[in-house]
Design a protein around this ligand. Structure first.
Ligand code: CA
Ligand code: CA
Length: 344
């Protein structure tokens, strides 16, 4: 607890000191994801249960040491659990552009994004309302310790990365000698077609090992994922993400635990509408199916989000929405949620 509190103090102090000095080019940023939710069904907390909460409160410092080297540190707050919410470390890494040696390339070192989830959040575009597939169903931690090689293709055609990661994520510690290897690529094949330029495909493979002690190389934690997204002229976008995972978490385990999930999400915008109210609006829908064990029948879960989003000003979005979660052959949980995202 001490450490977390002092991290919060340290971040605050750095912000203060930086604002007083004219040293390295340092920017302060923040992201707050606030929501109000109200249960519409008896399941879960029960009909009428409602609460205000925060899903994220980032404080980020980005410092440019030179044209090639920059450093980022980000703190976030822990979940609401009945005591004060502590600040913890989410990211702390260095970016080093090496394009004078290897074209279009950079290296990232430290506590950093597991790249697939980070970019899927951008494709989904409303992390303040919900996590994306692999994050939501805990197939992958959204941040981990390690080193990445990152390549940005010229002319906006996409980017890719190869990462060596600890495996246990930003909330865990290393309990074994194994490191995980992952690679992804996002590609925009229609960059030259203006109305379709934002369309993309992506692929991901994660070759990992269980995070428990005393494991062998049999104790795998492998994931694969794919994305296809079609965008038309700032008016319409539909995307589909799929993942599959294979786990032998414990020493001696013979069979893989196999999971998979699919998420389809879509948005409609009205960029040519006369009313500014409509121009800032998006209709948003998403539907997931997640299977937590492929060898067991009737335990699949559906998750639905349907809402309307407004950008009030840049950095301030709201999205009133309806959500439904349902495990097969069980009663559904439904709720109304008002999400708001603030960033600066
Ligand atoms: Ca490991
Ligand atoms: Ca199943």
């Amino acid at each position: 607890m001490r450490n977390r509190l002092s991290l919060g103090l340290a971040l605050g102090l750095v912000v203060l000191l930086r604002s007083l000095s004219l040293a390295a080019d340092t920017k302060v940023g923040g992201e707050i994801y606030a929501f109000y939710s109200s249960d519409l069904t008896q399941n879960g907390h029960g009909k009428g249960y409602n609460k205000f909460d925060l899903d994220r409160a980032y404080i980020t410092l980005n410092s440019k040491l030179s044209d090639a080297v920059s450093v980022r540190i980000t703190g976030d707050v822990a979940n609401m659990d009945g005591s004060t919410r502590e600040v913890y470390l989410k990211y702390a890494y260095l970016d080093w552009k090496i394009d004078q040696f290897v074209p279009y390339s950079s290296i990232r070192f430290g506590l950093q994004q597991t790249g697939w989830i980070d970019y899927m959040n951008k494709v989904w575009g409303r992390r303040y309302a919900a996590k994306t597939l692999m994050d939501e169903y805990k197939a992958l931690s959204s941040a981990d310790y390690g080193v990445s090689y990152i390549i940005k293709f010229p002319k906006g055609y996409g980017h890719g990365s190869v990462q060596v990661l600890q495996g246990a994520g930003y909330k865990g510690s290393e309990e074994n000698r194994y490191k995980d290897l992952s690679a992804f690529v996002f590609f925009r094949p229609l960059m030259q077609v203006s109305d379709l330029a934002a369309s993309m495909v992506g692929g991901y493979y994660y070759k990992g090992f269980s995070d428990k002690p005393d494991i062998t190389s049999d104790n795998r934690k492998d994931r694969a994922a794919a994305l296809a997204s079609i965008a038309y002229g700032g008016i319409f976008r539909i995307s589909g993400e799929y993942f599959m995972s294979w786990d032998k978490a414990n020493p001696g385990e013979k069979e893989d635990l196999k999971q998979d999930g699919i998420s389809v999400f879509s948005q409609v915008n009205f960029p040519k509408a006369k009313s500014p109210f409509l121009r800032k609006m998006a209709l948003v829908g998403r539907y997931d199916i997640y299977d937590k064990d492929k060898d067991i029948k009737d335990n699949e879960k559906e998750y639905l989000i349907a809402g309307v989003e407004w950008e009030i000003v840049e950095g301030f979005n709201i999205m009133p929405n309806f959500q439904m979660e349902k495990v097969k052959n069980k009663e559904s949980e439904r709720r109304f949620v008002f999400n708001a995202g603030f960033s600066f």
